[in-house]
Design a protein around this ligand. Structure first.
Ligand SMILES: Nc1ncnc2c1ncn2[C@@H]1O[C@H](COP(=O)(O)OP(=O)(O)O)[C@@H](O)[C@H]1O
Ligand SMILES: [Mg+2]
Length: 287
């Protein structure tokens, strides 16, 4: 090793770690009198997959909505790539944020009157001002990534739930976001389709996608995550590498939850009002 190499390495070793892409610090949020988040701290570094697990109603979706700016906490700070999300005020600022943060839900929310390809092209062209040919070329690459290239001319109604969800993931990627939030994306699927969607997410994580995942698929969370957070009643009970959190949880509450959830299929849930809000206008969306 030359002296120059040595010095470069020493400097790199001494440099502070890069700032997290996403950070939530002491986030508190209440709906009326109901406290839903009671001091949440989460960090996601670029290229990491971070999972949030925990019982229904513990605040997992609320955390993700705070990251997109859909919900504003009463206290605490949320940063995405240096941008203070909790301080954004105007619709224009929020739309700009949502182009950088993709969101995929349990419901696929594809536009039923558009073909698969056009579902991927509409936002980059209409919101991003991208030339159509360029947006179509990238849409085809993304469809290949989610193994749906053979269905570019199909309409959502002609696809299975698993296929629609894979297209929804590709559509979230079409605006080239810096991170994607996955909120229980397999919970509404028939069991035989869960695997194909998880495979697609696993591939994307291996390619270096930064993401936050809320999931009931414990084995999947264990396999793909860099860090897992366990939430209960609006608090992070514990977090850590999956081998530790699943293998040797520090809290009895985590242990009890993991025991309860092993082998249980995810509960199906009714659609939720925020999803309906998001469905309204493609031009408002980053998804
Ligand atoms: N828009 C809302 N208005 C009032 N209460 C809400 C709203 N959204 C969520 N909640 C409540 O906040 C709590 C956390 O919800 P949520 O974040 O959806 O939990 P999880 O995703 O972990 O199941 C629940 O008790 C839920 O009923
Ligand atoms: Mg939820």
């Amino acid at each position: 090793m030359s002296i120059i190499d040595f010095e470069a390495r020493a400097a790199a070793a001494a440099a502070p770690p890069p700032a997290p892409l996403v950070s939530l610090r002491d986030v508190h949020l209440a709906f009326g009198q109901t406290e839903v988040l009671k001091g949440i701290d989460v960090e996601v570094r670029r290229g990491q997959a971070v999972s949030i697990i925990g019982p229904s109603g513990s605040g997992k979706s609320t955390i993700l909505r705070c990251v997109t700016g859909l919900l504003r906490p009463q206290r605490g700070e949320i940063e995405v790539d240096g941008l203070r999300v909790d301080e954004l005020r105007t619709e224009t600022e929020l739309i700009r944020l949502r182009r950088r943060v993709g969101f995929v839900f349990q419901q696929y929310n594809l536009f039923p009157h558009l073909s698969v390809l056009q579902n991927l092209v509409i936002s980059p062209v209409k919101v991003g001002g991208e030339p159509r040919a360029q947006a179509e070329a990238r849409a085809r690459e993304l469809l290949a990534k989610v193994r749906m290239e053979h269905k570019e001319n199909a309409y959502p109604g002609e696809l299975s739930g698993g296929q629609q969800q894979r297209v929804a993931i590709a559509r979230a990627l079409a605006l080239q976001p810096e991170l994607i939030l996955f909120d229980e994306v397999t919970s509404a699927l028939d069991p035989e389709m869960v695997g194909e969607v998880l495979t697609v997410i696993r591939d994307l994580v291996q390619d270096g996608l930064t993401c936050m995942l809320v999931t009931h698929e414990m084995r999947f969370a264990e396999e793909v995550s860099d860090t897992v957070y366990f939430t209960e009643a609006g608090r992070i009970v514990e977090s850590g590498p999956p081998s530790r959190l699943f293998g040797a949880p520090a809290s009895g509450r985590t242990r009890a939850f993991l025991q309860r959830s092993s082998g249980e299929p995810a509960a199906r849930k009714a659609s939720d009002p925020i999803q309906n809000y998001l469905r309204i206008d493609p031009l408002r969306l980053a998804v």
